[in-house]
Design a binder for this molecule. Structure first.
Ligand code: KG4
Ligand code: ZN
Length: 331
């Protein structure tokens, strides 16, 4: 019997990912080809190398995702592929692969916004999100707070005016010689340090907008001008400042909007410090905390597949397009 499955493909940055997810959000397979080795020498993602690495791994990644799920192309209701935001060359590899497979297999292809994927990551394997919800999205490329009545409506409360918090983590990590990406390493180092350095907390006292470049520069100045900077204390003080900013804004949003849940998603939601501070806040505010399981915090294709189901369930199944057009419905 034909199964009803979605194949998700994600290639917006430095990981090539494919995953098969059913309508209930169960993840039947998730395969990621990471490019950490390709980029680590550069201290950041080298876009042209990222595109080339995607080209060499994407077909094998998709094949393995189908095989691991015990699925064949005719089991697919749709292919969901990240259409942006992201590195353009990397996105093109995923989009063209999805388009080609869709044409060849006769399966519709749906373009999915990467951030919508992150928003859906908290419901993978188990429905956790309770609406209305305040959402904090913290990734390498974005930082924002939003209010959602349901998954169809997003009201942006505030976003960052400069760097994202993930970017600040990665830059501080680079200053401390922790490689790339540095988020998890900065958190680990922070746990062994004393948060004695009082770094600034820009824009903390009002509103929902964020700014992290002043904090990042203050850390850089401290490292440059101290005779013997203690890396552990720098990491601990940076993490504490970043958490104070994020959690103060969340607390303000919970107070103003009285939601049922606080949803924290994106790569930085893997931070144990952020998870602990968010839990404290939610316990105090009597609001449910919804977090993706750790493996779905950072980029993955399962979240893209689950977001694809939203469009299919909403009856927005893409129309079959003439062969001459790219068979991708954009949302
Ligand atoms: O969502 P994501 O995987 O990719 C983007 O969409 O950008 O987020 C990547 C970001 C990186 O900046 C990385 O350093 C950060 O998430 N990150 C963390 C942790 N794990 C990943 N930041 C803090 N603590 C972590 N444990
Ligand atoms: Zn992401």
């Amino acid at each position: 019997m034909r199964k009803e499955l979605v194949l998700g493909i994600e290639s917006s940055c430095d990981d090539t990912a494919a995953s098969v997810v059913d309508r209930a959000g169960n993840v039947l397979s998730s395969v990621v080809a990471t490019q950490t080795k390709v980029h680590s020498a550069f201290g950041g993602v080298y876009p042209e190398f990222a595109s080339r690495a995607h080209i060499s791994t994407i077909v094998g990644t998709v094949e393995k995702a189908l095989a691991d799920a015990g699925a064949v192309p005719r089991d697919l209701t749709a292919i969901g592929v990240t259409r942006g935001p992201g590195l353009i060359g990397s996105l093109v590899v995923g989009l063209n692969t999805a388009a080609g497979l869709g044409l060849g297999w006769g399966v519709p292809v749906i373009g999915i916004n990467h951030l919508r994927g992150h928003l859906r990551s908290a419901d993978l394997e188990e429905r956790r999100v309770k609406f209305p919800a305040v959402v904090l999205l913290v990734s390498g490329g974005h930082t924002f707070l939003a209010y959602m009545e349901d998954f169809g409506s997003i009201e942006l409360l505030g976003t960052t005016r400069d760097d994202s918090v993930g970017e600040a983590y990665d830059k501080v990590g680079r200053m401390l010689g922790l490689g790339y990406p540095a988020g998890a390493a900065v958190d680990r180092m922070a746990k062994t340090g004393n948060p004695r350095i009082r770094f600034p907390r820009p824009m903390i006292s009002e509103g929902f907008e964020f700014s992290f470049s002043g904090l990042k520069s203050a850390v850089a100045r401290h490292v440059e001008h101290s005779e013997n900077p203690v890396s552990e204390d720098v990491a601990a003080s940076f993490v504490e400042a970043a958490m104070d900013i994020l959690l103060t804004k969340c607390a303000r949003a919970l107070k103003e909007r009285s939601p049922r849940s606080l949803v924290v998603v994106g790569g930085v939601s893997a931070s144990p410090q952020l998870r602990a501070r968010a839990k404290e806040l939610c316990d105090r505010a009597d609001v449910e905390l919804c977090l993706p399981p750790l493996r779905w915090s950072t980029d993955n294709a399962a979240m893209i597949a689950l977001a694809t189901w939203d469009y299919l369930d909403a009856g927005q199944a893409p129309r079959p397009l003439p062969q001459t057009e790219l068979p991708i419905t954009e949302y």
